[in-house]
Ligand binder design. Structure first.
Ligand code: FE
Length: 238
């Protein structure tokens, strides 16, 4: 089935042209002997190119995995196990941050709190180790799609989804995905979220969000039922 066209694809095309421009700058430095660069760096690619800012396509910032990761979860699209919440479809695209090309066959591994702010495997969620956790493999467009519910909040954190991207047996990205606060406010006014009050932390006051989180904000749009959240994650092959 063909994927519908998305704004993110256009954004990538624009970024690709910026990458080429950045590559010229680095190559010029290399030719002048100012900086010793590898062949891939001279083309504006590779981790050094990303670090220097020569590569300006999306490099999704690394963020702490936190204390609630469980290894070896199920490969499945629907991770809700029937638990309540506003439906959320996640369209998570993985691209090579050096080339902006989609990466096929990456394993996208996500976990998040349920609608009442509980993680499976911990505290009140200890009876199950699997709800709101799962893995999907990216397709030829670099896309992994999940069916879940809008996460609830827990004390001290803004609403978020944890993510790891595995490639060829290595973790190439560990991060967190965030939500626009205005959308969260609207979702949390309804059941089952509305039964909890005292949400402590919004994006701007979250100590982890502050360190690059704005680059990991999901683009959210309303769907027939619930929301669709999309983001492109730029990763560096290791
Ligand atoms: Fe968390």
């Amino acid at each position: 089935m063909a994927e519908p066209h998305h704004d993110e694809d256009r954004a990538i095309t624009r970024r690709s042209s910026l990458v080429k421009l950045g590559g010229l700058v680095v190559a010029a430095l290399g030719a002048g002997g100012v900086a010793k660069v590898s062949e891939s760096d001279a083309a504006g690619e590779g981790p050094a190119g990303v670090a220097s800012g020569a590569v300006t396509c999306v490099l999704t910032p690394e963020q702490t995995e936190g204390p609630y990761y469980i290894d070896g979860e199920k490969v499945r699209r629907n991770i809700t196990e029937g638990k309540a919440g506003t439906p959320l479809t996640l369209r998570l695209k993985v691209v090579n941050a050096s080339t902006c090309k989609p990466i096929r066959g990456a394993l996208v591994d996500i976990w998040h709190a349920d609608a009442v702010g509980v993680y499976s495997g911990f505290g009140e969620g200890a009876a199950s180790r699997t709800f709101m956790r799962g893995i999907q493999r990216t397709n030829a467009e670099g896309l992994a799609i999940f069916q879940s519910v809008y996460p609830g909040w827990y004390t001290g954190r803004t609403v978020h989804i944890h993510v790891k991207v595995h490639l060829g047996g290595s973790v190439v990205h560990t991060g967190q995905l965030y939500f626009p606060d205005a959308v969260t406010d609207a979702v949390y006014r309804r059941a089952p979220y509305a039964s909890r009050s005292g949400r402590t932390t919004r994006n701007a006051s979250d100590s982890i969000f502050r360190n690059g989180g704005s680059k990991s904000l999901l683009a959210l749009r309303k769907a027939t039922s619930g929301y669709v959240g999309a983001i492109t994650m730029g990763v560096v092959r290791r």
